[in-house]
Design a protein. Sequence first.
Length: 87
Amino acid sequence: MAEAEKTRYSDAELEEFKQLILKKLETARADYELLRATITHTASNDTEDTSPTFKVLEEGATTLSKEESGRLAAHQMKFIRNLEMAL
């Protein structure tokens, strides 16, 4: 079997690639923090802070939204780890 020739990227190309990864990493971390704040309501000052919790039917949508945000946050965290490993 003939071995395929490996491409060697120049230092400038590698630096450009690193900068792209760092920019994506910064954006991904900001998105993750936004999702985390959505789940924990740390950035809110709405009726969730003072509303009684006996409204079972109305909380279904809130619970579904939190679950979806949790899944998105987990996906974002995996993306962040993969970007960090690429560096």
